[in-house]
Write a protein of this length. Structure first.
Length: 314
């Protein structure tokens, strides 16, 4: 039995602040040499969540001293029109990073768009060239969310080499790159998904569980070994009081109900805190866990892209 009772929190806000401070310091140095890293964020259509994320990315650029440009396009934009915008951004020297916010409207061929971005400016790390380099363990731009999870695990000195890591979810944005980054750090990695048999049983063998499936509070105490590290990548809305009482700890229920009354919803990840807190050794909460790290890593990727692209002038 563990001598240490309770679950320690993985504070993503704290780790994100440290990363952003590092970026701001380097951006300030570059500024003295007349170099200002720049990010273009492209938003197509009116997805409300995407608007919030894009606004937050642009504001963070401003706060850290990066140049940023927001390009908003109509929901009816065609693949060809968006390709022309990408082409223009590829050619502009002051733009080091290009991010096309996903999801794109259905008439746009997302794969063509992602492949059109100059790999050197692909701060999302979604281009096949960057994916391929990442899989090989070569220098590449790495997707922000999984890269942020690794930074958080490192910050808390969670041992990765030899650990059993279970990644629940196999998306191109999180699950697949997450598994590869853990593998590069010598974890023994299992990727699970909606068709995995005995998912809870597989997950219970893990020292580290990364939940990235997009199912509200699906991962409960049955999925978690005593003392395991649990990282919650999900963002879902909970909109009934019954669900709030089922999902959250007694301690959290009052503030969550208050938020539900005020906003009509409260956010939860893919992990249900009520049955996981107390059993896990470490847990990243929603909000305040992985979320802030994604943007911090986007800033870091933009800085890296600027340094790599402008290497000769610095
Ligand atoms: N939509 C949800 N996550 C992401 C991300 O990491 N990058 C982009 N471009 N769009 C997203």
């Amino acid at each position: 039995m563990s001598m240490e009772a309770g679950t320690q929190m993985l504070n993503g806000l704290l780790v994100a602040e440290a990363i952003k401070q590092g970026v701001a310091a380097r951006v300030s140095e570059l500024g003295q040499r007349g170099v200002r890293p720049g990010l273009a964020v492209v938003l197509v259509g009116e997805n409300p969540a995407s608007k919030v994320y894009v606004g937050s990315k642009v504001r963070t650029c401003q706060a850290l001293g990066l140049f940023s440009e927001k390009i908003e396009l109509a929901a009816e934009t065609t693949t060809e029109e968006l390709l022309a915008v990408i082409d223009h951004l590829n050619g502009r020297d002051e733009i080091d990073g290009i991010l096309v916010q996903l999801p794109l409207p259905p008439q746009i061929e997302a794969r063509l768009i992602l492949e059109a971005i100059d790999p050197a400016k692909d701060v999302d790390g979604f281009h096949a060239v960057n994916v391929g380099r990442m899989v090989r363990g070569e220098d590449s731009l790495v997707p922000c969310t999984p890269a942020g999870v690794i930074e958080m695990l490192d910050h808390y000195q969670i041992p990765l080499a030899g650990a059993n890591a279970v990644v629940i979810g196999r998306s191109d944005i999180v699950g697949k790159p997450m598994a590869m980054l853990l593998l590069h750090r010598h974890a023994t990695v299992t990727i699970c998904h909606s068709r995995t048999r005995d998912l809870a049983e597989v997950s219970r063998r893990a020292d580290i569980v990364i939940a990235a499936i997009g199912r509200t509070a699906m991962v409960n105490g049955d999925y978690i070994k005593d003392g395991a590290v649990v990282v919650d990548v999900g963002i879902n809305k909970v909109s009934t009081a019954d669900d709030v009482r089922r999902i959250f700890t007694d301690e959290e229920i009052p503030t969550r109900l208050e938020e539900l009354g005020r906003r009509g919803y409260t956010l939860v990840g893919d992990v249900g805190p009520r049955s996981v807190i107390g059993r896990a050794g470490w847990f990243s909460p929603v909000p305040g866990g992985v979320g802030p790290l994604t943007i911090a890593m986007l800033m870091k990727n933009t800085l890296r892209a600027a340094e790599a692209r402008r290497g000769r002038t610095m």
